[in-house]
Design a protein around this ligand. Sequence first.
Ligand SMILES: Cc1cc2nc3c(=O)[nH]c(=O)nc-3n(C[C@H](O)[C@H](O)[C@H](O)COP(=O)(O)OP(=O)(O)OC[C@H]3O[C@@H](n4cnc5c(N)ncnc54)[C@H](O)[C@@H]3O)c2cc1C
Length: 398
Amino acid sequence: MELVLSPADRAFRDELRAFIARARPAWLADKAERGIPFNHEDEKFWQKQLEAGGYGAPAWPLEYGGTAWSPLRCLLLAEELALHQCPRQLPYGLGMVGPILMAYGSAQQKAYFLPRIRHGEDWWCQGYSERDAGSDLAALRTKAVRDGDQYVVNGHKIWTSTAHQANWMFTLVRTSDSGKPQQGISFLLIPIDSPGLTVRPLLAIDGNRRFNEVFLDDVRVPVENLVGEEGQGWTYANALLQNERLMIADISRNKKRLARLRKLLATPRYDGSKASSDIGLMRRVAEAEVDLKILEYTTLRFMSEVEAGRKPGAEVSLLKIRGSEIGQALLALSLEVAGTAALPFAPTDQGANAYPEEYDGLLGLVEEHFFYRAASIYGGSTEVLKNVMARRLLGVRA
Ligand SMILES: Cc1cc2nc3c(=O)[nH]c(=O)nc-3n(C[C@H](O)[C@H](O)[C@H](O)COP(=O)(O)OP(=O)(O)OC[C@H]3O[C@@H](n4cnc5c(N)ncnc54)[C@H](O)[C@@H]3O)c2cc1C
């Protein structure tokens, strides 16, 4: 990044650093330093800090309380937040439903929901996937039947991340069975505390409650919670998915992972040896670092095209695929270097084990390694995205 930053962008980055130093209290910094996972209260607190500083919704236009920064400046903020280990800004409100409401929502929906997202008053989850409708999302069966000025919703969503922390769910429901499967889908906003809606936990491989099942039994939703037109939900959702893929190229977190790996390589192992004397291992570290640099430049190139007014297309998928592969490689290398020393220190929702301070860099490594396998699945699986790119960019007919 240093190679391409203009003096103005460097000054901007210094401003961000000064803001983080001012806004991040010692208790939060200490938690981050020690690798103790942030909880939802920390995320809420941090969103309010960001909003108070004017950074709550950096990618949003000015008229909705955003900063209207260029994609590069948004990336710089994400990078600084990751490097300084601040709680992440969850994507569901700011990056997903917010932009959809701006583009397709009613005036009332925009006026009510957008400020509440920025201020961290509403927390959203994404209710798309169902048991037999993941990659093939158009197969979804959750039904919404119009009854006067309400929809009556019945169905079952799965893998709904953070539904146990959210108070709203944006969801895709079937409002018609006629025509192509894509045509009868609508985009509905449902309060999580609606009578008939039940959230049940699913534990992830790292032992944490990250996602849920959501059951909808005769849930009554006011018609004004429909976004845009009935039957147009597929179009809106596709616009949203491109945003999601752009956001999970994961450059910033991968840089952080690389920094941790470098620290681990410099730390002597229990028998006094250093992993950095292993030439084969160091070659793989160098390869991962080069791959990350290439991805960063590709992302910047891509962003400059977006800044020049081009809309993201199927090529966005490339960033997402490579970002998750590189992240997985960096985590696997870190675990290889740490070996069994990483095992006793995996934190869970129940808190971390006691650990000596010299192991700070290892806290959370095991759980992150296992959980990050999911990066090749959420937001579109690698195989499916490759199919999409082959069709749309290379013109391959399956
Ligand atoms: C950590 C995590 C968080 C998630 N959070 C959410 C959320 O908040 N909200 C939400 O709605 N969903 C969420 N999901 C669900 C996610 O969107 C789906 O898991 C994803 O779309 C894949 O669908 P599936 O799990 O049904 O797998 P399937 O679609 O059944 O795929 C199974 C395997 O088959 C492969 N495959 C499928 N179709 C093809 C094809 N045509 N060609 C080649 N290979 C194919 C896939 O790549 C995959 O390897 C989350 C998933 C994970 C892992």
